[in-house]
Write a protein that binds this ligand. Sequence first.
Ligand code: ADP
Length: 390
Amino acid sequence: MEKIVFVINSGSSSLKFQLMNFPTEEIICKGIFERIGGTSMDFTMNFKEKNTEVINLSTHKEAVEYLLEQIIEMGIIDSLNDIEGVGHRVAHGGSTPDSQIVDDQVIKLIDDLSIFAPSHNPVNLTGILAFKEILPEVPQVAVYDTAFHQTIEPEYFIYPLPYKYYEENKIRKYGFHGTSHKFIADTLKETNPELKKVVNCHLGNGASICAIDDGKSVNTSMGFTPLAGLMMGSRTGDIDPAIVTYLMRLENATADKLDAIMYNESGFLGVSGVSNDARDVEEAANNNNERAQLAMKMFANRVAQTIATYAVDLDGLDAVVFTAGIGENSNTMREAVCEQLSILGIELDADKNEQNAEWIQSDNSRVKVGVIPTDEELMIARDVLALTSN
Ligand code: ADP
């Protein structure tokens, strides 16, 4: 029997949605509300063809009401009762290892964790509450970006701070992008089960790497927050922590100001001065912009170093996978990363790399190198189905 699942990714000023059909896993329609919070918003719906309109609504809840009206009016589904469940991407689930059906306790958990993810959890919750109110009979499922990493051992997730900050304040590595890393882990388990020790590089605007052993996360580069690890579009990634206190004194800056510098003004944008978008930086680098070239080199080096570190954590390496915007599309970046990893026996086939082929290693390479498009929405929908059919 056909089952219809909604997938929701709600951000501070946007709400992305996708309606999926199971068991075929086909996308029925998808779209986005943008500029939520003003006096009007842009509504883009991709069903048969792509249409954008400006609508005079202002809140997430109004967007959800409008969306549900539209999918009936446009004849996309016959009745809202046909919806099996709604899956919501939630940034922070603390130490929760799996997706959960939303109840009062789950709502409290997401709310309590807002102190750790202030720009994500509150808006994720807004989306959940809007659907819960309008569709009270339909199960809502919270799918956490942190869940996949809860198999990481303490020696990797504890920070060398006084231990009381872990015990009393829950300061530890949580890791993010878990839904994407799990998608790659599950895909490989199905298509290439012989590949046990895998390093997955999710390189998008936000970027993180995950060491995967037999389908489980054993380490990951994001940490207590999504600021940690790799340099990103506009985030620093790891820096000497003393720079933070030094800058606070130097600029007489508040914690909020420092957050703004580290989250919004750093990374590709901060180093290159060109853009937070890797395409723009790559283009500027090709046009001999030296700071853009520097940013590209720094990013590639950090990715390569992290892959090498995780080969140690995994005690071996069968495959490296590249995914997300940069990973799936930039053959230049993949080459810049892999040419630093010949010590691990990694060698690319230049033609296959240029063609974004599924496997891009040369015949001599000791390690396979894959390019696999991630699909977080599909992963969320699968979790909804698994939980609601129990
Ligand atoms: P997010 O979901 O975090 O916004 P994406 O996975 O969509 O990120 O990735 C966005 C990044 O991918 C941007 O930096 C963009 O420039 C980069 N990207 C997309 N296509 C290409 C390409 N062809 N070459 C280089 N970078 C690309």
